[in-house]
Design a protein around this ligand. Structure first.
Ligand code: ZN
Length: 153
């Protein structure tokens, strides 16, 4: 990453302080920064890296919320956990069950809060919906003509 230099260090510094996110500023002000992104290889690469990071965090936290939800669903249905708690650890079934459910709920709440924070603090939602729109357009291009004509109706 350090092989290329920023073409304008002042604009590069400003962009770095914003984590290369210019979605929050007005369109007139945005022009100069967009111009810099087209000219400057380093800033454009760093912008791409930061948006990928935001998107990855949002996806990871949403997945962890789903897994905690799955863990809670499993806890209510699986009996072998009682066997493990009784015979191997010598724990009380009720206490173990409550401990695992508490951990599951805490994990789910933490994941949802972290997911909401990522969506609020970063332009991850715009980045992810941009990717989704791009993929949808790509898929639409591959559809057979008969299905395309049905879709436009
Ligand atoms: Zn730059």
């Amino acid at each position: 990453m350090a092989t290329t230099q920023c073409t304008d260090r002042v604009i590069g510094g400003i962009l770095a302080s914003w984590r290369f996110d210019i979605s929050g500023i007005s369109p007139e002000m945005r022009k100069d920064y967009e111009q810099h992104f087209t000219e400057c290889e380093k800033c454009s690469a760093r912008q791409k890296f930061h948006r990928t990071l935001d998107g990855t965090l949002a996806v990871l936290f949403s997945l962890s919320a789903v897994f905690f939800l799955f863990a809670l669903a499993v806890l209510t249905h699986v009996k072998p956990l009682e066997h493990v708690a009784f015979n191997i650890f010598g724990l009380d079934v009720e206490d173990t069950y409550h401990m695992l459910v508490s951990a599951g709920i805490a994990g789910l709440v933490f994941s949802l809060i972290a997911f909401a924070l990522v969506l609020m603090a970063t332009p991850a939602h715009a980045y992810l919906s941009g990717i989704a729109a791009e993929r949808a357009k790509m898929l639409e291009g591959k559809l057979p003509a008969r299905i395309k004509s049905m879709r436009t109706r």
